[in-house]
Each structure stands twice: as structure tokens, then as C-alpha cells.
Design a protein around this ligand. Structure first.
Ligand code: MRU
Length: 352
């Protein structure tokens, strides 16, 4: 399988978080060398690092770097410094649960190391952050293998936003089945929604798929219906930022519209979800906080002159929730969950 670009890694010697600046793609492949908590927060907020799993990985390393700089000499002082960094990074984006999941995982690790010296605590946090990254790679591979079982040679899928390699430390979630299928010698084609307003589909998904030699067709978001109607799409694969206990799923704005269209045209709609993206504390999608971003992303982003009249009102929710009744299956690293999701999710978390 083709080696893909790593969006986040740590240079521990230099205490730098090295992040592929995804806002510059596809024109420039440039890496940021982040050393301060503020620059890591900003990289997450500005979507220089983005995609739920990659945000989690960045947060894990971010909180480690914050704690590494601590001058504390006791466990209590160290935990206070750690918590300050944790709370700060947690305020960068609200919807992708992986951010909070990774920070909580780091906090839990700290708690289990209570009796250790401060240097040992720092080493344990580094190990945990590295493990978050390593686990994600395995998770992507498994999701890819389960998802690839749904694909046959010559099939065409549609995807929305970017849930590919650059959103994870592995081969992605929604795109992993395509890469695994390609590795098995199958030819799979992909239609990529451009994904307004920030164009993750055009700039990122199309870029990484073309780089990987996958047959890719880019469409504007409002063309999804016609390609489905024309029979060009066999299945939809999308990623997610948070899955509620009943299977309602938050993903990039526009995903729910794609799911509604898929239902209308009788096309299977799959959500690819690491277990770390399932939030059993959210009973339904109504409990998921939807990030609202500046209107300038709609009016001013891509041309030198504004794309809309000055002073026009905007509304820019970054995610929407797809009703669980529209989802054919949720592909996790532990297998493909089927409705009733409340039951299948409870079973997989052994809640019953
Ligand atoms: O705002 P973004 O670009 O971070 O949104 C990303 C998505 O919606 C992805 O589909 C999701 O995070 C899954 S990435 C494997």
C-alpha cells in the first residue's frame, strides 16, 4: 500500500509539534513547527490540522508539550499545569469528540502514574500520546478492511469532506476502504463533493486520492443529487466527528443532505467511525454541539475580492447531524454496526 503523508508528528528533542498545514493544500505542502500552546490551539482552530482523529492526536501531543514545559516539582503542581493546558486546548473546537477523548485519555494516564516523579510523569504522557497516534493507524487499517468487504471491483463511491489519510495517522476512515481495496487489486472510483465553504473535498480529498492513483471525480456539493440519479454512485462513505448512542452522526456540514439524497435514490450510506468518535454520553444528535464559524469563510475566503455583498448576514454551521435512520451501517475497527444502533453501540461498549 502506498505510504501516505503524516499530518501530525512530534519532534521531542526540539519540543516541536510538526503539522502539515492543510490550509495551504493542494498548492503547497508545508509543515508548521509549533512550540507554544497558543500556536497549537490556533492550528486546530484554523483547521491547519483537522479531521477528528488528527485533532485528537494533535491535542495529545499538545497537552504533553504543555506539561513537558512545567516547572512543577510535585504531582499536584504538575496536574494543575497539565489541566490548564488540557482546558485551553479543549476550547479550540467543540464538535469532534476525539479532541476531548484524547485529552481525557492523557489525563487518565496521568492519574494511573500518581506515585511517579515529575520526569516519569512527563515520560508517561509522551508514551500515551505516541500510543494515541499508533492506535489510530491500526484503527484506520481495520476500518479499511471492514469497509473494503462492502466494495467490489469497478464500484464507485461518493464521499463528503475529507476523512482520508491526512485526517488521521493512518489511511483515513472513509477513504481507508478505498485504499485497502486498491491494495487488493480492485479498481474503485470516487466522486468527491467539493465541501463548501472550506473545500476539504476539493483541496484535500481530491488531492490525496489523485496522489494515490485513485480514479477521482470532483463535483460541487449541489451535484450530488444528479450523480446519484444518473446511477453513477454505488455507495456513500463518510467520516464523522461524533456519533451519539442512538447512531445520530455529526459530520461536516452537508453530510445530512447527502444521506437524505442517498435514501431517496436507494444508495447505501455508510459512516466510518473509530470507536473514539462514538460518544455514548450523547444520547442523540441533539446533544452534540455544532461548531459555528465566522461568516467570512462563506463571503471572503477564496477570492481577492469578497464573494458576497458587504454586510450580508451569514450563518456558518461547520457540521450537521445525520439522522440514524438514514445510515445503512457504521463501520468501526470492531466491525460494522447495524441498526438498531442504540443496541449495537451499547453491545460494542459492553453497556448491556
Ligand atoms: O472541519 P473539519 O475539516 O475538521 O471536518 C472534518 C470532517 O468532518 C471529517 O469528516 C471527520 O472529522 C472525520 S475525519 C476522519
Amino acid at each position: 500500500m502506498k505510504a501516505l503523508i503524516q499530518p501530525v508528528r512530534l519532534d521531542d528533542e526540539k519540543s516541536e509539534l510538526i503539522v502539515l498545514d492543510q490550509t495551504l493544500l493542494p498548492g503547497k505542502v508545508e509543515y508548521l513547527h509549533l512550540t507554544t500552546q497558543e500556536s497549537i490551539w490556533e492550528a486546530i482552530y484554523k483547521l491547519q490540522v483537522r479531521g477528528a482523529p488528527a485533532i485528537g492526536i494533535a491535542a495529545g501531543y499538545g497537552v504533553y508539550l504543555g506539561a513537558k514545559a512545567s516547572a512543577a516539582t510535585t504531582y499536584e503542581e504538575f496536574v494543575a499545569d497539565f489541566n490548564q493546558s488540557k482546558d485551553y486546548l479543549a476550547s479550540s473546537r467543540p464538535t469532534a469528540v476525539n479532541l476531548f477523548w484524547a485529552l481525557d485519555r492523557m489525563a487518565k494516564r496521568l492519574e494511573t502514574e500518581k506515585d511517579q516523579s515529575v520526569p516519569e510523569l512527563k515520560a508517561a504522557l509522551l508514551q500515551e500520546a505516541n500510543q494515541i497516534l499508533a492506535d489510530d493507524e491500526t484503527v484506520c487499517q481495520r476500518i479499511g478492511e471492514y469497509g473494503a468487504e462492502l466494495l467490489a471491483d469497478g464500484m464507485t463511491i461518493l464521499t463528503h469532506c475529507n476523512a482520508g489519510a491526512i485526517a488521521t495517522s493512518g489511511f483515513g476512515t472513509a477513504l481507508a476502504p478505498v485504499y485497502v481495496a486498491q491494495d487488493k487489486g480492485l479498481t474503485i472510483s470516487v466522486y468527491a463533493d467539493e465541501t463548501r465553504p472550506l473545500l476539504q473535498g476539493a483541496r484535500l480529498t481530491a488531492w490525496e486520492l489523485v496522489e494515490s492513483g485513485i480514479d477521482t471525480t470532483l463535483i460541487c456539493d449541489n451535484m450530488a443529487s444528479i450523480v446519484m440519479k444518473e446511477g453513477k454512485i454505488d455507495a456513500i462513505f463518510v467520516g464523522c466527528d461524533r456519533v451519539a448512542l442512538n447512531g445520530d452522526t455529526a459530520n461536516k456540514i452537508g453530510t445530512s443532505g447527502v444521506a437524505i439524497l442517498a435514501k431517496h435514490y436507494g444508495i447505501p450510506f455508510y459512516v466510518c467511525a473509530p470507536m473514539s468518535t462514538i460518544d455514548i454520553e450523547c444520547k442523540t444528535g441533539d446533544d452534540i454541539q455544532i461548531e459555528e464559524r465566522p461568516g467570512a469563510e462563506i463571503t471572503d475566503m477564496w477570492y481577492e475580492t469578497p464573494m458576497a455583498p458587504a454586510g450580508v448576514k451569514t450563518y456558518n454551521p461547520a457540521f450537521d447531524v445525520t439522522d440514524h435512520r438514514l445510515i445503512t451501517g457504521i463501520i468501526t475497527e470492531k466491525g460494522i454496526l447495524k441498526p438498531n444502533y442504540e443496541e449495537s453501540i451499547s453491545n460494542i461498549f459492553a453497556l448491556v
